[in-house]
Every structure is written in structure tokens, then in C-alpha cells.
Ligand binder design. Sequence first.
Ligand code: ADP
Length: 415
Amino acid sequence: MDAAEILFIVALAVLLGWSLAVAISRGRAIDRLREATGATDSDDVEKKVREALEHAEDAHWQAEQTSHDTDYLTELLTAGVVRLRDDLTVEFANGAAHVMLERRPGSMAGRSALEAFVDARIEVIARTAMDFGAANGELTVRSSSGATVTVRARRSPVSGVWLVLEDVSELRRLQRIRAEFIDNLSHELRTPLTTISLLAETAARDAESASPRLRDRIAKIEIETGHLIQMINELLDLSRIESGTVQLLLDDVDLVKLARTTAERLRMFAERQGLRIDLDLPDRVSPVRGDEDRLGQVLVNLLHNAVKFSPDGGRIVVGVREDPGEIRVWVRDPGIGVPRADLARIFERFYKVDRARVRGRGGTGLGLSIARHVVESHGGRIWAESEEGSGSTFILVIPLAPADTAPEASGPQAG
Ligand code: ADP
């Protein structure tokens, strides 16, 4: 045998071996496909594989459709929508987001959050949401428009973070105008009302020998002027508290002493209605860090309501107690009570329970809203417990060492 023959035989053997290997592996592959698809024979395998391919194509088409729809929908929104990947690079940002942050159209995708927003504050909000699941913030954009934008960030259940930006400049401008209007109006009204109140007081003194009818009328003028002055003061207070211009003047406050002096201040008012104010006070409690005037104002509001919403005669109790880490103060009255459905709502501004049932005793509906603002700004909480028809207890709790957790209005707040 010459070399050419040997080479021919070897090549033939290799070819045979290769064909055999291909056939075996194809057979195995078909077996595996049959197992995976549950097919009965090789024709069935082919059918099932074709079906699977069609499904995959359908799914791919639907995914593309959903993605187009999402893009289209987000372009229709006036809110800015941004999606960040886990590494905080921008995967997607709609047109409104570019307009709001004054970025060139399409320039945000692919950049890191910091590069895309050119604002570390938004990046911090996104990072906080990544770590805690959710975060919110409000900021003034550093651009020519100086727009005020709220940012809500939520971690996606799958991956990354979604940000929704809303331009609230107009809303904030209107809120400012409203606050200024209330402020100016209240100031303008307060001066003549105070004068009327003083004149009524003088007239009451001068009319000591006048007819009972005249004295009664003067007394009514005094009472109604008092109501008006209280309403004006509450409006002024709330607008200041809400606009954040009220600073707490912090000092050590003895809540037992404060409860006692407030009860004294309102005793005459209560007695005119045949109501007694009893005190349930310990000798002493630890002082809280707070603004004495503001906390006193809360107690006046609660006691005032207790008198206003109680029938003539009966007993109001003002109590104070020291619990671990906090001081609890309560005002209990035997009055008309608050329906269960209204218990949480009475702390909203201007909210009054069924105006008809308290005709003639109405105020502005602002007292409890102010009380809640004040108590919460001391790191405390306030709530009411009541059975309609059998009295109410208003309870407030002030922590002894207020945790330094009150978040800044504009800073990111983990949600
Ligand atoms: P105002 O007393 O000026 O109406 P508040 O904010 O102080 O406003 O109270 C809101 C509402 O809550 C009241 O109008 C009243 O319906 C209800 N309320 C408050 N305190 C009491 C109370 N002690 N007993 C019954 N209802 C009360």
C-alpha cells in the first residue's frame, strides 16, 4: 500500500467517524428536545419547536409594543418621568423631564444621575429611594426658570428606580399669594376689631345702671367681637405656621404649671356656662423642651372647645402624667362628643363636625389644626377619643427629648 492509499483510508475513517458522531449527537439532541417539549416522535418535536418559536416571536412583538406604548404614554404626560438603572444611570427620561430640568432633548439617557440632572439633590433622592424603597423632595431647579419641582422616587420591584417630577411653581406661587392675602386681611381687620372690643368693654362698664336689655346687647357685642378676634388670630397663626415663618422659641416648659395657669385663664369662661374645671395633676413632671406660648395656645384651644361643646353644667378635667420618655396631657369633657367617622378629620383645617348641631358655637375650624401643627413641631402627637353623646378626651403627648428627626421641607424624605 502506498502512502496515497493509506491517506485515503484514514480520511475515509475520519469522515465515517464524524458522520457517526453527528448522527449520535443529533439523535441525542432530538431526544432532549422530545423530553423538554413532551413530544411523542420527531415530527411532533418539529411541530412543538415551531410553536415555541412562534410564541417567542409573539412575546417579543408584545414586549416591543408595550415598550412603544410606555414611551408614547410618558411623552403625553406633563410630569417628568425618569427611569434609572441600579447603578443610577438614566435608562429613560421623557420630554417633560428634559424641559423641566432644561436639558437638551434626548441628552439624559445613558448618563449617570449626577451628569443627567446636574443637581446632586435629585441624585440624593434617587439614592435614598434605592436604599429605602421610596423618597420625596422639593427643590428649586438651578436653571434660568428657577422652577419649583417636587420629586417622587420609588424603587422598582424589578430593578432600578422610577422618578416622577412635577412642576409646582404655579401652585406654590398661588399658595404664597393666599398666605399673603390672609396675612394682610387679618392685620387690617384686627385693629378695628380690637378697638370695637375695647369700646364694648368700656360701654359695658358705663352701662352698669342702664336697662338689662341694653346691658345684654352690649355683652353680646363683646362676645361676638371676641369670637371674631379669635378667628382672625387663628387665621393669621395658621397661615404663618403653614408658610413656615413661625420659629419655636425653645425653653424648658413645665407642663403641670402650664396646665394649671391655662385652666385658671379659662375658669371664668367655663363658669359662665356652669362648668367646673378640675385638675388631675401630679406634683411635678420633668420639663419638656418647647415653646411655652405655643403649647399654652394648644391647651387654650382644647379647653375652649371643651367648654364650647359641653352642655351647661358638668365637669371638665385637665390632667398631666409623666410616662417613660414623654409627658401626656389630656382634656376630658362631658360634651356632645365627636362621631367616630369624624375623629381623625377634626384636625384638618376648616373641618367642623355637622355645623347644624353646634349652631352658635362655631369657630373657624382652625383651632385643632393649629394644635396639631404645634404639637407635631415639638415631635409629639395629638388625637381625640370620644363616644358621640358622652363626651370627648383630647390627648397630646410631648417627648422629653425630641428626636432630631424632623426632616427639612426640601430635603429628601425616605417614604
Ligand atoms: P372650631 O372649634 O373653631 O370649630 P376646631 O378646629 O377647634 O375648630 O375644632 C374642629 C371641630 O371639631 C369643631 O367644629 C367640632 O365640630 C369638633 N370638636 C372639637 N373639639 C370638640 C369637643 N371637645 N367636643 C366635641 N366636638 C369637638
